[in-house]
Design a protein around this ligand. Sequence first.
Ligand code: PLP
Length: 372
Amino acid sequence: MAVRTVDFRSDTVTKPTESMRNAMANAEVDDDVLGYDPTAQRLEAEMARIMGKEAGLFVPSGTMGNLICLLTHCQIRGSEVILGDNSHIHVYENGGISTIGGVHPRTVKNNEDGTMDLHLIEAAIRDSSFEILYPTTRLICLENSHARSGGRCLTVEYTDKVGELAKKYGLKLHIDGARIFNASVALGVPVHRLVQAADSVSACLSKGLGAPAGSVIVGSKSFIARAKILRKTLGGGMRQIGVLCAAASVALQENLVKLEGDHRKAKLLAEELNKIKGLKVDSAAVETNIVYCHILKGSKVSRTHLCKILEQHGILVLPEGPMRIRFVIHHQISESDVHYTVSCLQQTLAGEAEENGDIKHLMNGFKHNLYL
Ligand SMILES: Cc1ncc(COP(=O)(O)O)c(C=O)c1O
């Protein structure tokens, strides 16, 4: 049986801390659909302040946050949104903008760093004089940090340029900021400055910040007023949500400062994995808390086999693609957990080379692991 659990599957897997549970137990609450929950109101105001926008709205998830923002910007059916072909909204959100909102996605290729080339964005904007044929472009979406690019950050200069482009064509700019705080910390740019060019941002509290649930969307007062109606339509209006917002406030107070350490641990993991024969990490691409580890061709271990052995040692990861494993760092993973993981992998790959697949032999070796 595994002697410890190290859960790298995502930064969404964290358990609420003791202080979050206490805050939840003692939260002052009321009916938020009627607009009276004081804890929700405080959290929304605080998030709007931190992000430099007029107002905020608590929503159950990042997916709903993005959906509400996109549909609020694109109230006319047949509107078109420009977004990355590798963006979370396009790949992982069930095509909700189309199926629920009647919004047409126009994808632009995401570069490896999560950006889209400005000239490609500009070329994707429809010529409104042909509206008899084309959908009407109304919105550009960015994602920061960019999950499927390994948590890479879009700089403030890049974001501003996309904002200028949007303005030039009378479009709105939305940022999927599920991990915007990670990006802000990694870039050393205050979050309000990083999202200054955006008309709306959806920021997750349940990822790196470690709250049990929830996101907050921010924007102008009139935008949030319209978003609130849509939240109700989508079934996202909840009653005594102060219970969740209290935990999220603690997450903001206590865990924001831990993100820098998470990024350091991610770098450490990347550098150590790179020393192991058969594995490859692009360390330079590890800018925040996500590490993509490639299993090199010719390695004696398959991805499935490697994940299985790690699991037997309490190390949980997510396979991504046939030859890639994803590690995500969060505040409940320690430096010692990173060393333990590296040690397990070292022994696995060394053992595989010697024993050519004798898992039992390897398992015995792990019993003597130093990093317990
Ligand atoms: C970049 C990004 N946006 C949005 C989401 C959706 O968040 P949720 O899982 O809370 O719906 C995720 C979730 O992992 C994400 O990584």
